[in-house]
Write a protein that binds this ligand. Sequence first.
Ligand code: SF4
Length: 368
Amino acid sequence: MHPITFPPLLMEPSGIHPAEHSGSRGQPTYRLIAPRLETIETLAPAPHSLPRSESPRPPVQRLQLSIPEWFRTAARDLPWRRPECTPWGVLVSEIMLQQTPVVRVLPVWEQWMARWPDAAALAAEPAGEAVRAWGRLGYPRRALRLHAAAVAIQSEHDGRVPDTVQHLLSLPGIGSYTAAAVAAFAFGRREPVVDTNIRRVHARAVSGKALPAPTLTAAETRLANFLLPENAGESVQWNAGVMELGALVCTARSPKCGQCPVRQECAWLAAGSPPPDYVPKGQSWAGTDRQVRGAVLAVLRAAEHPVQRELFFAAVPGLDGSDGGQVRAALRRLHVLGVDESQLERALAGLLADGLAESVAGGLQLPA
Ligand code: SF4
């Protein structure tokens, strides 16, 4: 059997060879120690999965090879991944995808890019048009953020999406995740991208846990940096591959471990798939303020003119204006919720405070 060599980063401080540790099922267990990680991550080796003629690779390297290799054949053909997609298209997709599945984002992204193919086009229109076009993607404050970013790109960056994390972070509403994702996927930079899917794959495959911590920890960020391949091109493939693996195979509720390219290396599987150590909060919808806000915003999106405030509180027989049909339908959908007055007031106040609606002489409307 070939000796298993570990890079210095993976050596135990004591100098004990990893193969001397004994894991479950009589297999040796590697102890992966990333620099300054508070937690010790484990990886189960899979020496029998490798052809005898090949030198066994360290487990991290096997992950770094297996996932991009799988990605090359399994990746979905998404428009924002195509070579012709502009950095602006990547930025729009990253903001839309943050809390919304691909299948719902696709049509809105296509319409958005047809109408606003660059930041200048969006910046030239009122923010309310971005909110209107956001449709039912949810979390509509993202539309305002995207519009604000477009205005800054146009006024401060000559209409070009900045190509470094530092400059991307200077845009309004762009956080560390979006900045890293755009720098990586639009500009090929070596940046650790850490979204929900990537965190889940890291937690399972490397840390042996069913779920990552409820919120991103410093240790997770260090682990993401540690796992990132050195080569910029490979790091982009790695980020995209891990993300896709989390979206298609290592899903939150029912991971398809039998189809997973890293099942031989997966620490969670090797540990017997232990349950999560906390119960994730459910994303309830019915009866929530979010639902009411969504219904109110749907009325404003349907309206070409201000909507009288009273109309949100009680059904009325008719409405003036050419958009009356759509507005009436949206109001009906709001009224059938049977929302009490205080919740409706809260929803209206929240939308006004967030800048998603504005109060004018004739009532409420999308921001101008
Ligand atoms: S083997 Fe299962 S749990 Fe492990 S990374 Fe693959 S899908 Fe996720």
